[in-house]
Design a protein around this ligand. Structure first.
Ligand SMILES: [Zn+2]
Length: 250
């Protein structure tokens, strides 16, 4: 994978979950120069955009799929279209995929239909998955286990701490969002989770309670993790870089 060629390992900040296609052209170019980015998609159209961005920047790892918030508007036939994209492009990851029982519970049965199919594809093509599991933490985890998924990141985890034991036992990662600066539930995850299973993410562009989420915040996230873990910044940065590489380069 191209990103191994970029930068020195202890200088690389990584964004494991970013809706990069939503940013302006100039922001995309600027972020791709400074960060290694796993760029997630929300539907078929944005999956195509993400693949085009990844062709231009070797620091961008494309993740394609349909977001659980979008399945209500997405024809079932798009699943086959996304399978075609996997066949015809250098795709190593599906995302943003998953289930959401908190913000879009009304479409949950359709969400399950899409998520099961994506997990089947992930298994078939040996892909990593970039997962949304808001309010559906244990169901998502049991499905990842059921489909025998080997590489996964659960993004912006705010579920029960006890489930984290199971997540790391399965060898999955959790990506830490800048919200940990103000969201107590997420900050507790930073305190509880072993650095060996931790990634950083922005989920940008998104405004969370006044935080303007973008890859530019990743440095501050690393700094806060270092403070909470009582480690020096370089140790945290290097560990997270290694985790990122392990998840996305297989
Ligand atoms: Zn997202």
């Amino acid at each position: 994978v191209g990103f191994e060629l970029i930068g020195s390992p202890n200088m690389a900040l990584t964004d494991a979950h970013c809706h990069l296609y939503e940013f302006s052209e100039s922001d995309i170019a600027a972020y791709a120069k400074s960060f290694l980015i796993a760029a997630v998609s929300d539907d078929l159209e944005s999956s195509r955009k993400t693949l085009l961005i990844a062709k231009r920047f070797r620091s961008v790892i494309p993740c394609i799929g349909v977001h659980p918030w979008e399945v209500g508007e997405t024809p079932i036939s798009h699943l086959a279209e996304i399978a075609k994209l996997i066949d015809s492009h250098d795709v190593h990851c599906l995302g943003e995929i998953g289930l959401d029982k908190k913000f879009s519970s009304s479409t949950i049965s359709r969400q399950r239909l899409f998520f099961h199919e994506f997990l089947r594809l992930a298994k078939e093509y040996q892909l990593a998955v970039n997962v949304h599991a808001l309010g559906a933490w244990s169901e998502v985890l049991s499905l990842l286990r059921k489909y025998d998924i080997s590489r996964a990141v659960i993004h912006w985890y705010t579920g029960p701490l006890i489930l984290i034991d199971e997540i790391v036992e399965l060898g999955y990662y959790i990506s830490i969002n800048p919200s940990c600066m103000i969201q107590k539930r997420h900050r507790r995850v930073v305190e509880y989770l072993d650095l060996r299973f931790m990634l950083t993410e922005s989920d940008g562009p998104y405004n969370y309670r006044g935080l303007n989420l973008s890859p530019q915040m990743i440095g501050d996230v690393v700094k806060l993790i270092a403070e909470l873990k009582n480690l020096d910044r370089n140790t945290v940065e290097e560990a997270i870089y290694r985790n990122f590489k392990h998840l996305f380069s297989a």
